[in-house]
Ligand binder design. Structure first.
Ligand code: SF4
Ligand code: SF4
Length: 383
Protein backbone atom coordinates (compact mmCIF):
# COMPACT_ATOMS: atom_id res chain seq x y z
CA UNK A 1 0.00 0.00 0.00
CA UNK A 2 1.07 3.60 -0.59
CA UNK A 3 1.37 5.21 2.89
CA UNK A 4 -1.20 7.97 3.42
CA UNK A 5 1.53 10.51 4.19
CA UNK A 6 2.96 9.96 0.72
CA UNK A 7 -0.24 11.08 -0.95
CA UNK A 8 0.54 14.31 -2.73
CA UNK A 9 -0.65 17.53 -1.18
CA UNK A 10 -1.86 20.45 -3.23
CA UNK A 11 -5.01 19.90 -5.16
CA UNK A 12 -7.44 17.06 -4.45
CA UNK A 13 -6.82 13.95 -6.49
CA UNK A 14 -9.11 13.01 -9.36
CA UNK A 15 -12.38 11.32 -8.49
CA UNK A 16 -11.70 9.01 -11.41
CA UNK A 17 -8.81 8.32 -13.75
CA UNK A 18 -10.05 6.79 -16.99
CA UNK A 19 -7.26 4.59 -18.29
CA UNK A 20 -7.03 3.24 -21.81
CA UNK A 21 -5.22 0.02 -20.84
CA UNK A 22 -4.71 -0.91 -24.47
CA UNK A 23 -5.82 0.36 -27.86
CA UNK A 24 -6.06 -3.25 -29.09
CA UNK A 25 -9.64 -4.21 -29.87
CA UNK A 26 -11.36 -7.19 -31.46
CA UNK A 27 -14.25 -5.04 -32.79
CA UNK A 28 -14.32 -2.27 -35.40
CA UNK A 29 -16.97 0.06 -34.02
CA UNK A 30 -18.03 2.77 -36.43
CA UNK A 31 -18.11 5.54 -33.85
CA UNK A 32 -14.90 4.64 -31.94
CA UNK A 33 -13.29 8.01 -31.26
CA UNK A 34 -9.78 6.55 -31.04
CA UNK A 35 -10.20 4.19 -34.03
CA UNK A 36 -9.08 1.31 -31.83
CA UNK A 37 -7.83 -1.93 -33.33
CA UNK A 38 -4.07 -2.32 -32.90
CA UNK A 39 -1.97 -1.61 -29.82
CA UNK A 40 -0.11 1.69 -29.54
CA UNK A 41 3.55 1.21 -30.39
CA UNK A 42 4.75 2.12 -26.92
CA UNK A 43 2.10 0.49 -24.71
CA UNK A 44 2.98 0.53 -21.00
CA UNK A 45 4.52 -2.73 -19.82
CA UNK A 46 2.96 -4.79 -17.01
CA UNK A 47 5.53 -3.43 -14.54
CA UNK A 48 4.92 0.15 -15.67
CA UNK A 49 1.16 -0.37 -15.36
CA UNK A 50 1.44 -1.62 -11.76
CA UNK A 51 3.73 1.29 -10.85
CA UNK A 52 1.20 3.68 -12.39
CA UNK A 53 -1.50 2.34 -10.06
CA UNK A 54 0.71 3.39 -7.11
CA UNK A 55 1.20 6.75 -8.76
CA UNK A 56 -2.57 7.25 -9.08
CA UNK A 57 -2.90 6.50 -5.39
CA UNK A 58 -0.16 8.98 -4.51
CA UNK A 59 -2.00 11.63 -6.51
CA UNK A 60 -5.06 10.96 -4.37
CA UNK A 61 -7.20 9.31 -7.07
CA UNK A 62 -10.36 7.84 -5.61
CA UNK A 63 -11.24 5.63 -8.55
CA UNK A 64 -9.82 4.13 -11.72
CA UNK A 65 -11.86 3.10 -14.77
CA UNK A 66 -10.14 0.54 -16.99
CA UNK A 67 -11.12 0.78 -20.63
CA UNK A 68 -9.67 0.29 -24.11
CA UNK A 69 -9.66 -0.56 -26.93
CA UNK A 70 -10.82 -3.69 -25.16
CA UNK A 71 -9.20 -3.87 -21.70
CA UNK A 72 -9.85 -7.61 -21.27
CA UNK A 73 -7.45 -8.28 -24.16
CA UNK A 74 -4.56 -7.30 -21.90
CA UNK A 75 -3.17 -10.48 -20.37
CA UNK A 76 -2.33 -8.61 -17.16
CA UNK A 77 -5.81 -7.08 -16.87
CA UNK A 78 -6.70 -8.86 -13.63
CA UNK A 79 -3.31 -8.08 -12.06
CA UNK A 80 -3.82 -4.37 -12.73
CA UNK A 81 -7.46 -4.46 -11.60
CA UNK A 82 -6.46 -6.24 -8.38
CA UNK A 83 -3.74 -3.66 -7.75
CA UNK A 84 -6.27 -0.83 -8.06
CA UNK A 85 -8.43 -2.50 -5.41
CA UNK A 86 -5.51 -3.41 -3.12
CA UNK A 87 -4.62 0.27 -3.08
CA UNK A 88 -8.13 1.09 -1.90
CA UNK A 89 -9.34 2.81 -5.07
CA UNK A 90 -12.71 2.17 -6.67
CA UNK A 91 -12.63 0.08 -9.83
CA UNK A 92 -14.77 0.44 -12.93
CA UNK A 93 -14.42 -1.64 -16.07
CA UNK A 94 -15.63 -0.55 -19.50
CA UNK A 95 -15.72 -3.40 -22.00
CA UNK A 96 -17.37 -4.32 -25.28
CA UNK A 97 -18.57 -7.51 -23.57
CA UNK A 98 -17.33 -9.90 -26.26
CA UNK A 99 -14.09 -11.15 -24.66
CA UNK A 100 -15.00 -13.44 -21.81
CA UNK A 101 -14.38 -16.95 -20.67
CA UNK A 102 -16.29 -18.60 -17.83
CA UNK A 103 -13.82 -17.38 -15.23
CA UNK A 104 -14.14 -13.65 -15.99
CA UNK A 105 -17.34 -13.13 -13.99
CA UNK A 106 -16.25 -14.69 -10.73
CA UNK A 107 -12.89 -12.91 -10.95
CA UNK A 108 -14.61 -9.58 -11.56
CA UNK A 109 -17.07 -10.21 -8.74
CA UNK A 110 -14.18 -10.95 -6.34
CA UNK A 111 -12.81 -7.46 -7.04
CA UNK A 112 -16.10 -5.82 -5.98
CA UNK A 113 -16.06 -3.25 -8.79
CA UNK A 114 -18.04 -0.05 -8.62
CA UNK A 115 -19.35 -0.70 -12.12
CA UNK A 116 -18.96 -3.04 -15.05
CA UNK A 117 -20.05 -1.10 -18.12
CA UNK A 118 -20.75 -2.72 -21.44
CA UNK A 119 -21.57 -1.13 -24.79
CA UNK A 120 -24.92 -1.91 -26.39
CA UNK A 121 -25.98 0.21 -29.33
CA UNK A 122 -29.19 -1.42 -30.51
CA UNK A 123 -31.83 -3.91 -29.47
CA UNK A 124 -31.77 -5.19 -33.04
CA UNK A 125 -28.89 -7.72 -33.25
CA UNK A 126 -28.14 -7.02 -36.91
CA UNK A 127 -27.91 -3.28 -36.34
CA UNK A 128 -25.71 -3.64 -33.26
CA UNK A 129 -23.39 -5.96 -35.22
CA UNK A 130 -23.29 -3.52 -38.13
CA UNK A 131 -22.32 -0.65 -35.81
CA UNK A 132 -19.73 -2.81 -33.99
CA UNK A 133 -18.29 -4.09 -37.26
CA UNK A 134 -18.21 -7.81 -36.33
CA UNK A 135 -21.04 -10.34 -36.79
CA UNK A 136 -22.10 -12.09 -33.59
CA UNK A 137 -21.12 -9.19 -31.29
CA UNK A 138 -24.68 -8.68 -30.08
CA UNK A 139 -25.10 -12.27 -28.90
CA UNK A 140 -21.77 -12.23 -27.07
CA UNK A 141 -22.52 -8.92 -25.40
CA UNK A 142 -26.00 -10.04 -24.33
CA UNK A 143 -24.48 -13.20 -22.86
CA UNK A 144 -21.92 -11.07 -21.03
CA UNK A 145 -24.73 -8.97 -19.58
CA UNK A 146 -26.69 -11.98 -18.35
CA UNK A 147 -23.61 -13.51 -16.77
CA UNK A 148 -22.74 -10.25 -15.05
CA UNK A 149 -26.24 -10.08 -13.60
CA UNK A 150 -26.08 -13.73 -12.51
CA UNK A 151 -22.75 -13.01 -10.77
CA UNK A 152 -24.30 -10.04 -8.94
CA UNK A 153 -22.07 -7.49 -10.68
CA UNK A 154 -23.22 -3.84 -10.83
CA UNK A 155 -23.90 -3.76 -14.57
CA UNK A 156 -24.15 -0.60 -16.64
CA UNK A 157 -24.97 -0.31 -20.32
CA UNK A 158 -23.55 2.52 -22.44
CA UNK A 159 -25.38 3.40 -25.65
CA UNK A 160 -23.72 5.76 -28.13
CA UNK A 161 -26.36 7.42 -30.30
CA UNK A 162 -26.05 8.60 -33.91
CA UNK A 163 -28.33 8.63 -36.92
CA UNK A 164 -28.14 4.86 -37.42
CA UNK A 165 -29.52 3.94 -33.99
CA UNK A 166 -31.48 6.89 -32.61
CA UNK A 167 -34.73 5.04 -33.31
CA UNK A 168 -33.51 2.10 -31.21
CA UNK A 169 -33.80 4.00 -27.93
CA UNK A 170 -37.37 2.86 -27.07
CA UNK A 171 -36.54 -0.78 -27.83
CA UNK A 172 -33.36 -0.55 -25.73
CA UNK A 173 -35.39 0.97 -22.88
CA UNK A 174 -37.76 -2.01 -23.03
CA UNK A 175 -34.84 -4.43 -23.08
CA UNK A 176 -33.16 -2.86 -20.04
CA UNK A 177 -35.98 -1.77 -17.74
CA UNK A 178 -36.70 -3.80 -14.65
CA UNK A 179 -33.31 -5.56 -14.72
CA UNK A 180 -31.35 -3.32 -12.31
CA UNK A 181 -29.08 -2.20 -15.16
CA UNK A 182 -27.79 1.38 -15.02
CA UNK A 183 -28.09 2.92 -18.51
CA UNK A 184 -25.90 5.75 -19.80
CA UNK A 185 -26.92 7.39 -23.05
CA UNK A 186 -24.30 9.42 -24.93
CA UNK A 187 -23.98 10.81 -28.43
CA UNK A 188 -21.29 9.97 -30.95
CA UNK A 189 -18.47 12.37 -31.72
CA UNK A 190 -16.92 12.54 -35.14
CA UNK A 191 -13.23 12.03 -34.30
CA UNK A 192 -12.85 8.40 -35.27
CA UNK A 193 -11.51 7.35 -38.65
CA UNK A 194 -14.34 4.86 -39.30
CA UNK A 195 -17.19 7.29 -38.65
CA UNK A 196 -18.82 9.42 -41.31
CA UNK A 197 -19.73 12.85 -39.93
CA UNK A 198 -22.97 12.54 -41.87
CA UNK A 199 -24.07 10.13 -39.15
CA UNK A 200 -23.74 12.74 -36.40
CA UNK A 201 -27.02 13.84 -34.85
CA UNK A 202 -28.29 17.24 -35.88
CA UNK A 203 -29.41 19.64 -33.15
CA UNK A 204 -33.06 18.58 -33.23
CA UNK A 205 -32.13 14.91 -33.01
CA UNK A 206 -29.69 15.70 -30.23
CA UNK A 207 -32.38 17.54 -28.27
CA UNK A 208 -34.80 14.67 -28.84
CA UNK A 209 -32.30 12.29 -27.17
CA UNK A 210 -32.46 14.60 -24.15
CA UNK A 211 -36.26 14.53 -24.31
CA UNK A 212 -36.18 10.74 -24.44
CA UNK A 213 -34.04 10.51 -21.29
CA UNK A 214 -36.23 13.10 -19.55
CA UNK A 215 -39.37 11.16 -20.51
CA UNK A 216 -37.88 7.91 -19.17
CA UNK A 217 -36.98 9.63 -15.90
CA UNK A 218 -40.51 10.97 -15.52
CA UNK A 219 -42.11 7.64 -16.40
CA UNK A 220 -39.96 5.16 -14.50
CA UNK A 221 -38.51 5.33 -10.97
CA UNK A 222 -34.72 4.77 -10.70
CA UNK A 223 -35.35 1.29 -9.31
CA UNK A 224 -37.01 0.30 -12.58
CA UNK A 225 -34.90 2.22 -15.09
CA UNK A 226 -31.87 4.09 -13.79
CA UNK A 227 -30.97 6.15 -16.85
CA UNK A 228 -28.71 9.17 -17.34
CA UNK A 229 -27.29 11.22 -20.17
CA UNK A 230 -23.49 11.51 -20.27
CA UNK A 231 -21.56 14.80 -20.01
CA UNK A 232 -22.38 15.70 -23.57
CA UNK A 233 -26.13 15.86 -22.87
CA UNK A 234 -26.97 19.16 -21.13
CA UNK A 235 -26.93 22.02 -19.94
CA UNK A 236 -29.07 24.53 -18.04
CA UNK A 237 -32.22 23.50 -19.84
CA UNK A 238 -35.47 25.11 -18.76
CA UNK A 239 -37.35 21.94 -19.66
CA UNK A 240 -35.05 18.95 -19.38
CA UNK A 241 -34.20 18.88 -15.68
CA UNK A 242 -33.67 15.15 -15.25
CA UNK A 243 -31.17 14.14 -17.87
CA UNK A 244 -27.87 14.13 -15.97
CA UNK A 245 -26.67 12.19 -12.95
CA UNK A 246 -26.32 15.52 -11.14
CA UNK A 247 -28.82 18.25 -10.39
CA UNK A 248 -26.43 20.97 -11.43
CA UNK A 249 -23.94 20.96 -14.30
CA UNK A 250 -20.56 22.07 -12.94
CA UNK A 251 -18.75 22.41 -16.26
CA UNK A 252 -16.29 20.20 -18.11
CA UNK A 253 -14.47 18.06 -15.55
CA UNK A 254 -11.35 17.38 -17.64
CA UNK A 255 -8.41 17.95 -15.30
CA UNK A 256 -10.80 19.04 -12.55
CA UNK A 257 -12.24 15.80 -11.17
CA UNK A 258 -11.30 13.41 -13.98
CA UNK A 259 -8.15 12.57 -15.91
CA UNK A 260 -7.45 10.31 -18.84
CA UNK A 261 -4.36 8.20 -19.45
CA UNK A 262 -3.53 6.64 -22.81
CA UNK A 263 -2.00 3.19 -23.06
CA UNK A 264 1.36 4.76 -23.99
CA UNK A 265 1.33 6.87 -20.80
CA UNK A 266 0.08 10.14 -22.30
CA UNK A 267 -2.04 12.14 -19.86
CA UNK A 268 -5.09 14.16 -20.90
CA UNK A 269 -7.81 15.88 -18.93
CA UNK A 270 -10.31 13.49 -20.51
CA UNK A 271 -9.81 10.62 -22.94
CA UNK A 272 -12.77 11.88 -24.99
CA UNK A 273 -10.52 14.75 -26.09
CA UNK A 274 -8.66 12.84 -28.77
CA UNK A 275 -6.25 15.61 -29.66
CA UNK A 276 -2.50 15.57 -28.96
CA UNK A 277 -2.50 19.34 -28.39
CA UNK A 278 -4.16 18.64 -25.05
CA UNK A 279 -1.59 16.14 -23.76
CA UNK A 280 -0.29 17.38 -20.40
CA UNK A 281 2.70 15.03 -20.24
CA UNK A 282 3.65 11.37 -20.22
CA UNK A 283 4.05 9.19 -17.15
CA UNK A 284 7.33 7.86 -18.55
CA UNK A 285 8.81 11.33 -18.26
CA UNK A 286 7.07 12.68 -15.17
CA UNK A 287 4.91 10.99 -12.59
CA UNK A 288 1.15 11.23 -12.90
CA UNK A 289 1.19 12.98 -9.52
CA UNK A 290 3.51 15.70 -10.84
CA UNK A 291 1.46 16.11 -14.01
CA UNK A 292 -1.79 16.32 -12.04
CA UNK A 293 -0.36 18.89 -9.60
CA UNK A 294 1.66 20.94 -12.11
CA UNK A 295 1.12 24.69 -11.82
CA UNK A 296 -0.67 25.85 -14.94
CA UNK A 297 -1.71 22.32 -15.90
CA UNK A 298 -5.09 21.64 -17.54
CA UNK A 299 -5.38 25.39 -18.02
CA UNK A 300 -8.41 25.18 -20.31
CA UNK A 301 -10.62 24.10 -17.42
CA UNK A 302 -8.71 25.00 -14.24
CA UNK A 303 -7.83 28.46 -15.47
CA UNK A 304 -10.97 29.19 -17.48
CA UNK A 305 -12.33 32.72 -17.48
CA UNK A 306 -15.38 34.06 -19.29
CA UNK A 307 -13.07 35.90 -21.69
CA UNK A 308 -12.12 32.52 -23.20
CA UNK A 309 -15.71 31.57 -24.03
CA UNK A 310 -16.44 31.18 -27.72
CA UNK A 311 -18.97 33.31 -29.59
CA UNK A 312 -21.82 30.91 -28.81
CA UNK A 313 -21.22 31.04 -25.05
CA UNK A 314 -19.71 34.46 -24.33
CA UNK A 315 -23.01 36.18 -23.54
CA UNK A 316 -24.51 33.24 -21.63
CA UNK A 317 -25.27 33.84 -17.97
CA UNK A 318 -23.97 30.35 -17.13
CA UNK A 319 -20.62 30.71 -18.88
CA UNK A 320 -18.44 31.02 -15.77
CA UNK A 321 -19.60 27.79 -14.15
CA UNK A 322 -20.39 25.94 -17.38
CA UNK A 323 -17.10 26.74 -19.12
CA UNK A 324 -18.87 26.37 -22.46
CA UNK A 325 -20.06 22.77 -22.16
CA UNK A 326 -18.24 19.59 -23.07
CA UNK A 327 -14.71 20.33 -24.31
CA UNK A 328 -14.78 17.37 -26.68
CA UNK A 329 -18.13 18.31 -28.25
CA UNK A 330 -17.06 21.92 -28.57
CA UNK A 331 -13.76 21.03 -30.25
CA UNK A 332 -15.35 18.48 -32.55
CA UNK A 333 -18.20 20.72 -33.67
CA UNK A 334 -16.56 24.15 -33.76
CA UNK A 335 -12.79 23.54 -33.74
CA UNK A 336 -12.43 25.45 -30.48
CA UNK A 337 -13.09 25.05 -26.77
CA UNK A 338 -15.79 26.67 -24.61
CA UNK A 339 -18.30 26.98 -27.41
CA UNK A 340 -20.40 23.80 -27.32
CA UNK A 341 -23.17 24.29 -29.88
CA UNK A 342 -25.00 21.18 -28.69
CA UNK A 343 -26.28 22.77 -25.52
CA UNK A 344 -29.90 22.45 -24.41
CA UNK A 345 -29.98 26.08 -23.22
CA UNK A 346 -28.80 27.36 -26.61
CA UNK A 347 -31.12 25.07 -28.55
CA UNK A 348 -34.10 26.18 -26.46
CA UNK A 349 -33.27 29.83 -27.00
CA UNK A 350 -33.38 29.22 -30.72
CA UNK A 351 -36.55 27.15 -30.58
CA UNK A 352 -38.37 29.57 -28.25
CA UNK A 353 -36.64 32.88 -28.88
CA UNK A 354 -39.17 35.14 -27.15
CA UNK A 355 -40.39 33.44 -24.03
CA UNK A 356 -41.30 29.88 -23.23
CA UNK A 357 -45.05 29.40 -23.52
CA UNK A 358 -46.85 28.87 -20.20
CA UNK A 359 -47.38 25.14 -20.69
CA UNK A 360 -43.69 24.56 -21.21
CA UNK A 361 -42.87 26.69 -18.18
CA UNK A 362 -45.16 24.53 -16.05
CA UNK A 363 -43.45 21.40 -17.39
CA UNK A 364 -40.13 23.01 -16.55
CA UNK A 365 -41.00 22.95 -12.86
CA UNK A 366 -41.45 19.20 -12.72
CA UNK A 367 -38.15 17.83 -11.48
CA UNK A 368 -38.36 14.25 -10.26
CA UNK A 369 -36.17 14.88 -7.24
CA UNK A 370 -34.74 11.37 -7.38
CA UNK A 371 -31.07 12.12 -7.96
CA UNK A 372 -29.96 10.52 -4.68
CA UNK A 373 -31.71 7.22 -5.42
CA UNK A 374 -30.48 7.32 -9.00
CA UNK A 375 -26.91 7.84 -7.80
CA UNK A 376 -27.00 4.48 -6.03
CA UNK A 377 -27.23 2.69 -9.39
CA UNK A 378 -24.13 4.42 -10.73
CA UNK A 379 -22.00 3.97 -7.61
CA UNK A 380 -22.09 0.20 -7.17
CA UNK A 381 -24.22 0.61 -4.02
CA UNK A 382 -27.55 -0.41 -5.42
CA UNK A 383 -28.18 -2.66 -2.42
S1 SF4 B 1 -24.45 28.60 -23.98
FE1 SF4 B 1 -22.39 27.76 -23.53
S2 SF4 B 1 -21.93 28.50 -21.45
FE2 SF4 B 1 -24.16 28.70 -21.76
S3 SF4 B 1 -25.05 26.81 -20.94
FE3 SF4 B 1 -24.69 26.50 -23.14
S4 SF4 B 1 -22.64 25.54 -23.29
FE4 SF4 B 1 -22.85 26.45 -21.25
S1 SF4 C 1 -14.51 16.68 -22.34
FE1 SF4 C 1 -16.72 16.24 -22.17
S2 SF4 C 1 -16.77 14.10 -21.45
FE2 SF4 C 1 -14.71 14.88 -21.02
S3 SF4 C 1 -14.80 15.67 -18.90
FE3 SF4 C 1 -15.23 17.38 -20.32
S4 SF4 C 1 -17.47 17.42 -20.40
FE4 SF4 C 1 -16.90 15.40 -19.63
Amino acid sequence: MVPEKEIAGGRPGPACVVWELTLACNLKCLHCGSTAGGRRAAELSPAEALALCEDFKRAGARGVALMGGEPLLRKDFFGIAAKVRELGMELSVITNGTVHGEEVFSRLAALKPRAVAVSLDAADPALHDRIRGVPGSFQKTRLFMERCLAAGLPLSVITTVHKLNIKELPALRDLLKGRGIAWQVQTAGGEGGRFSRELLLDREEFYSVGMFVEACRREYPPEELPVIGAHDLGYHSLLLKNVSLYEKWEGCQAGVSVAGVRSDGGVLGCLAINDDRFLEGNVREKSFTEIWNAAGGFAYTRGFTRAQAGPGCSDCGHAESCRGGCSEMSLMKTGRLHNDPYCFARIEQELFPEELPGTLRRLAGRAAGSFARLGLFFSGKRG
